[in-house]
Design a protein around this ligand. Sequence first.
Ligand code: AP5
Length: 197
Amino acid sequence: MNIILLGPPGAGKGTQAKILEEKDGLKQLSTGDMLRAAVASGSELGRHAKEIMDAGHLMPDSLMIEMISERVDQPDCRKGFILDGFPRTVPQAEALDQLLAHKGLSLNAVIEIAVPDEVLVQRIETRSRQTAQSGGAARSDDNVETLKRRLEVYHGQTAPILPYYERSGRLKRVDGLKSIDQVTAQIEEILGATVRG
Ligand code: AP5
């Protein structure tokens, strides 16, 4: 079972991917987490990624496609994977279709977690506050200015992939305003229906 979770910043992609990883053994592949690991390592890629992420822009398609292409072949993806944060542009979505076909892998579901912008701002602010309260460092892109830019980028560059998947009948939508458990239930219903064919 290979799936994509789509949605704007703060929609709950990471939250749901972690729950599904634990429950179903699918591997969460978060491109944001991969880039943050590169930043933490102090590598050249990390330095470049930090600049782009802090500005709320997107990393180059070619780099992200290569990153995912290498990752889906790893043994921990054998049971399946959940793409969280990828694809983020139409070229990434097209390249993903090509690379999965080339590797003989299928895409079982593309699920959009729909949440309006005003709720996203509140959620990101809460996440920042909670991280600070628990003693961790808040994400450097979780401030109002960068979030505004991330939302613009989502609507301008990422949302066009929704019709891309809709046209091929692969897009499913869940109501991301429901509680975390209710969102999980909606996703599991879609996955169950996919398995039943
Ligand atoms: P990335 O890390 O992917 O960030 P994002 O898409 O902005 O997503 P977030 O992690 O902010 O949100 P989420 O949807 O995972 O929500 P979460 O579950 O945390 O990317 C960061 C940057 O990396 C990008 O800006 C870009 O620069 C770069 N990048 C990454 N991938 C790239 C790519 N493919 N191409 C180019 N560049 C790329 O939830 C948020 C909060 O809400 C949490 O506190 C959570 O507890 C809460 N919450 C979740 N669900 C609910 C609910 N149902 N009800 C109430 N609260 C909820």
